[in-house]
Design a protein around this ligand. Structure first.
Ligand SMILES: NC(N)=O
Length: 695
């Protein structure tokens, strides 16, 4: 097997992992200071730290969704399937994993309708089904976060090592360091802002690769040349299961199987990951749907355009002397480790390509890892510590626990990734395995917030039986298709994985629906609507810190201004740990008002899913169509236009929406520069004296 020799010095690996990590930590520290000084939101309150005061606008939520859902695998595995199956690989990677984000728009509205003050989806499970179900689903939630977190580190470290020669364990342990610091410093809102900058950089580098490959590279430089090179590749290395072995057809049996795996496993990694619930919780009620639909559509372009660029470049350039393993193709283990994208980047652009790939990957890994960290920390804080250890914990303790749990989870991610590395599990294997183990809990979790007839027994049985059925089908298929041999290689094959994923998700769904219909519940949503309402109404007393009381007073002052709808909305949604008594639903939070948003979510998400997963691909699959040069060019151009639209959503929309806040912060900074901070101190003293007067 030809090795991929490190093209960059080790120092660059350490420099990116530590240097860029600490740069963002410092950036986050500054952002948190600015937020605390110039806005009404303080990172020192646990509501703000964990829910961003439920006031974030759709553009920033969409950019946060894109950043959380852009894993190392989104860049690497999408290129792997492009390398293995041709154009259908990126298509199924993107179409299979956008669906869950689009459908989550429905859960986003449901959570606003039925549990508007929850911090985690597990609080809803606890309130509806009690302690046993809470523990069962907490295990599924932790497995999801640990699998995703460790997979991020595994994929990220494999590429850092391949490109720079950095020790793989050093990469696994050092990548989370900077992220931990910045998440602890900033909490959820500042994490969104940091995610925004990561996504900004990621989009720019993706567009750089696209233009290099399809416009300026002397090796490819146009869709026509790519088309010709892919034709030559198909003659030399035909793809098994594709029409005529072509790389330019959606009639690809293994890509279709991969698409089904992607659909199932993506459902688990979205619906069971607190990170996506957290973004719905952080949204304004009226705009959660828009944020998820926009986020899903914007994310689609990343695997689709990136892998249609670099994954296909790897196929096209495998026979070129600049390819790192020339004259050999990548070995199966190199493909499974995710090396198609870095080898293509090196073949195209040498050291520049390696450096660009290293940075884009680091951006993806760190921003997705930050989402996993804050999500898991919220579960450990609200569901383990608050519910089961210290129900009367004051806000100041909750915030300390949140910080500690972020550090704990960083250690867990690194330990588990090191174990995978040591026992020879790579990114590809883990990617195919995840849906098998967590799929059973998907339908029970979704129905907990959507269906009043689901019973506790049905939810628990569905999740556990689904998981068991998935594991059984996975191992049985691996054994049956490999003469009884069970190994990492045989259990990492597509047939075993698709059997396990389908068995897990379908058995879980059938069990939970069947048992519920046999003896249905008639749940009263008022019970989950009351989650944290009592806490909100009573917590203005002793448990609040003086800063929180002062902040409550500031909010009361702002609230008196008839123009300040935003502050009233934040207040009624528990924006602070010390709100006023007698909270009511905000206007747009009332369940009846959200019916229109729900209808929009259902129609929008189902229509888009039908287009992406049925209407476009299936006729092209069954007609066995092989792309003509014109069709391939149009395919590439659509990818490029989509990438630009995504860049607009992720880069410009948050700026446009937040212009008032930017001016407010900018005004505060300018005032401070000209008054030496006296004006700010005066306002603070006034707010604090107002707070004392109120107390
Ligand atoms: N987030 C994914 N499935 O790339």
């Amino acid at each position: 097997m030809a090795e991929v020799t490190a093209i960059l010095p080790q120092g660059v690996g350490y420099g990116v992992v530590l240097g860029v990590g600490f740069f963002f930590a410092a950036f986050m520290a500054i952002l948190a200071q600015i937020q605390n000084r110039y806005t009404q939101y303080s990172t020192k309150t646990s509501e703000e730290f964990n829910t961003a005061s439920r006031s974030v606008k759709p553009g920033l939520i969409a950019s946060g969704i894109v950043s959380a859902w852009t894993w190392a695998a989104t860049l690497l595995q999408s290129c792997t399937v492009a390398y293995e199956y041709g154009v259908s690989g990126p298509f199924w990677y993107a179409s299979g994993a956008t669906v869950q984000i689009l459908l989550f728009a429905i859960l986003g509205v449901k959570v606003k309708q039925n549990a508007p003050r929850c911090h985690t989806y597990l609080e809803i499970i606890y309130t509806r089904y009690g302690s046993t179900a809470h523990w069962v689903f907490m295990v599924f939630a932790f497995i999801t976060n640990i699998l995703v977190g460790s997979q991020l580190l595994l994929g990220g470290s494999a590429v850092v090592t391949a490109l720079t020669g950095m020790n793989v364990y050093a990469a696994v342990w050092l990548i989370p360091v900077g992220v931990t610091v910045y998440v602890v410093l900033g909490g959820l809102r500042a994490t969104f802002l940091c995610d925004y900058t990561h996504t900004f950089i990621l989009m720019i580098i993706m567009l750089y690769f696209i233009f290099e490959v399809y416009a300026s590279s002397p090796l490819i430089g146009s869709p026509r040349e790519m088309y010709n090179l892919l034709k030559i590749a198909a003659a030399q290395r035909p793809v098994s299961g594709n029409t005529d072995g072509s790389y330019m057809t959606l009639k690809s049996n293994f890509a279709l199987i991969f698409g089904v795996i992607q659909l199932c496993s993506g459902s688990g990694t979205v619906f069971l990951d607190q990170g996506y619930w957290q973004r719905a919780i952080a949204s304004r009620p009226s705009t959660a749907v828009r944020a998820y639909l926009l986020g899903g559509l914007a994310w689609y372009a990343i695997p689709f355009a990136f892998a249609t660029t670099l994954g296909l470049s790897a196929v096209a350039l495998t026979g070129h002397s600049s390819f790192p393993t020339y004259p050999n193709p990548l070995s199966p283990s190199q493909v499974s480790a995710g090396l198609a994208a870095p080898t293509a980047a090196v073949a195209l652009l040498g050291k520049r390509g390696a450096a660009a790939l290293l940075i884009i990957l680091f951006m993806a890994v760190t921003s997705a890892a930050s989402s996993e960290m804050i999500a898991t920390s919220s579960i450990l804080t609200f569901d383990v510590y608050k519910l089961h250890i210290r129900p009367d914990a004051p806000p100041s303790t909750m915030i300390t626990v949140s910080h500690i749990m972020i550090v704990v989870f960083a250690f867990v991610m690194a330990i588990v990734a090191s174990i995978w590395q040591a026992i020879g599990i790579d990114l590809g294997w883990l990617f195919l395995f995840m849906g098998v183990v967590i799929g059973g809990a998907v339908v029970p979790v979704a129905l907990t917030i959507c269906w009043k007839k689901q019973t506790k027994a049905a939810a628990i049985t569905g999740a556990i039986v689904g998981c068991a059925a998935g594991l059984f089908a996975w191992l049985l298929t691996a054994a049956m298709t490999n003469d009884g041999v069970l190994s990492v290689a045989t259990t990492g094959q597509e047939y075993a994985s698709v059997a396990g994923c389908l068995a897990s998700i379908c058995t879980g769904g059938i069990c939970t629906v069947g048992i519920s219909l046999w003896n249905p519940d008639d749940f009263d949503w008022e019970i989950t609507r009351a989650i944290n309402r009592v806490l909100d109404e009573s917590s203005s007393s002793s448990s609040s810190t003086s800063e929180e009381t002062a902040r409550a007073s500031q909010l009361r002052e702002k609230e008196k201004d008839p123009a300040n709808v935003e502050v009233r909305e934040a207040r009624t949604q528990g924006a602070d740990d010390a709100p006023l008594p007698g909270l009511k639903f905000a206007e747009d939070e009332h369940p009846d008002k959200l019916r229109g948003a729900l209808k929009f979510a259902v129609i929008g998400s189902f229509s888009l899913v039908a287009i992406m997963d049925i209407i476009v691909p299936l006729p092209m699959f069954f007609s066995q169509y092989t792309f003509s040069i014109k069709f391939f060019t149009a395919w590439v151009v659509i990818g490029i236009i989509w990438a630009f639209c995504s860049a607009f959503v992720c880069i410009f929309l948050p700026l446009i929406e937040s212009r008032a806040a930017i001016f407010e912060v900018g005004g505060g900074l300018i005032r401070d520069v000209f008054t030496g901070g006296r004006d700010h101190r005066k306002r603070k003293v006034m707010a604090e004296s107002g707070a004392k007067g109120d107390a």
